[in-house]
Design a binder for this molecule. Structure first.
Ligand SMILES: [Zn+2]
Length: 276
């Protein structure tokens, strides 16, 4: 794990370094995860979209030299949440519920004594609750059941509306249309990132899954249609030797490890087996 810790200093990683392999007392995270009732497809897809939007946030920070006040990891979790929050005419937040559930499941696997308090990320449970809080706060009437499902305390709920508004307005201010491009209008100098699936023997199933899901195609189009990224960015699926994803500002690559795809698939099998 030391290798991962040092690599994450140079890269903007999705996950921190402390993940116990054995189940332990989890502060209710396992029970919270159990209460989130979504199918395994939405769980895997939502988790992976959240991963990539989070890394896209890191890419925006470095590519556009955005100011960040507070922890960058929290800021880009906020962007991923904003981008995955359903519009008023869209009914269900299945993908975000998938992401919340996966954070609670990761949290349930981490012993309190193994939490890396110094980590640049919040703890898994904090990340789960923050996404739930921002989602609830975006429309408390519509998403009351989200707050109820994760048992968000009443005295926290009032602040979620303020936090959600601040999160949305902050990103909208930073990524204003004039400077970075307008929705539904492709800027003349926008570039579409190149998509690369690195060959793999061990994770062929995960590569096939990613291709079929079309996650990178979606993200590349989203980046092209909305923001003025300079050419040369690559979206890469690769074997990493770790369960993670990262943005590398040096070579301008956003990498999703086949291992993290497999990790979500394995968690989904647990969901399926407990649902039967
Ligand atoms: Zn990150």
């Amino acid at each position: 794990m030391k290798l991962l810790a040092s690599a994450c200093v140079a890269l903007a990683c999705f996950l921190g370094t402390a993940h116990a392999d054995d189940v332990a007392a989890d502060g209710g995270a396992g029970a919270a995860a159990d209460r989130i009732d979504i199918d395994s497809d939405n769980f895997i897809e939502g988790s992976l979209y959240f991963v990539v939007y989070h890394e896209l946030g890191h890419a925006m920070v470095s590519e556009f030299q955005l100011p960040v006040v507070g922890r960058e990891e929290d800021a880009v979790d906020g962007l991923a949440t904003k981008l995955l929050t359903p519009d008023d005419d869209e009914p269900t937040p299945d993908y975000l519920m998938g992401a919340i559930k996966s954070w609670f499941l990761f949290g349930s696997l981490t012993k309190v004594n193994d939490i890396a308090w110094w980590d640049e990320h919040g703890t898994e449970n904090q990340r789960a609750y923050r996404i739930a809080c921002l989602l609830y706060g975006s429309n408390p009437a519509k998403f009351k059941d989200v707050a109820d499902t994760v048992k968000l305390p009443e005295d926290r709920r009032g602040g979620c509306e303020r936090d959600s508004k601040q999160n949305e307005e902050s990103w909208d201010t930073l990524m204003d249309d004039d400077t970075y491009g307008a929705e539904d209008k492709v800027p003349a100098d926008a570039a579409t990132p190149e998509i690369v699936y690195q060959p793999t023997e061990k994770f062929q199933e995960q590569q096939d899954y990613l291709k079929k899901l079309g996650l990178f195609d979606d993200i590349a189009k989203f980046m092209h249609d909305n923001y003025k990224f300079k050419p040369g960015i690559k979206l890469i699926a690769n074997e990493c030797g770790q369960v993670n994803a990262f943005w590398n500002p040096g070579d301008r690559t956003l990498t999703v490890c086949y291992e993290i795809v497999q990790a979500y698939q394995n968690l989904a099998k647990q969901i399926d087996s407990t649902a039967e």
